[in-house]
Design a binder for this molecule. Structure first.
Ligand code: HEC
Length: 128
């Protein structure tokens, strides 16, 4: 049987259409998804809490809960902090997957309210 060129074209289009979403999906998932439970373990294991607090809201380091960094920026920062206070965590010590886990864990905390939004504090300040 001889296939016409239209049949071949049709088959090519159908195969391409079937494969495209797979290609698009694998590209979109380049950054590893973070696992919150692993992130919690790593946050304790690597001692992040010592400088950033158990809830990422306190400590001598930056208040991580308010970070404007995205996952990529976060990973770059811990690899090359460029400040004295923050230790360097290379990809050998904290691989990309672990960085994603840490980031996911940090993102589970809520930013603390501003001082003006704490009723008890306002009540004390307004007492005469
Ligand atoms: C010895 C103390 C110390 C430890 C331990 C530590 N940090 Fe830090 N970290 C700092 C300090 C200090 C800064 C603030 C540097 C600055 O603002 O110049 C900082 C800043 C950061 C920032 C930048 C935040 C921003 O928005 O700019 C990230 C992200 C960060 N730390 C993540 C981590 C993670 C994750 C760990 C654990 C793997 C960790 N740190 C452990 C001291 C520490």
């Amino acid at each position: 049987m001889k296939l016409s060129k239209w049949t071949l074209l049709l088959v090519t289009v159908m195969v391409t259409a079937a494969l495209l979403p797979v290609a698009a999906k694998s590209q979109g998932n380049a950054a590893p998804a973070g696992n919150v439970n692993n992130g919690k373990e790593l946050y304790l294991k690597y001692g992040c809490y010592a400088c950033h607090g158990y809830t990422a809201q306190t400590g001598n380091g930056a208040h991580l809960v308010s970070t404007k960094l995205n996952l990529q920026g976060f990973t770059n920062y811990i690899r090359n902090p460029r400040t004295n206070g923050m230790p360097t965590y290379t990809s050998k010590v904290v691989p990309d997957q672990q960085a994603a886990d840490l980031f996911a864990y940090i993102k589970t905390f809520k930013e603390p309210p501003a001082a003006k939004d704490i009723p008890l504090l306002n009540q004390i300040l307004n007492e005469k």
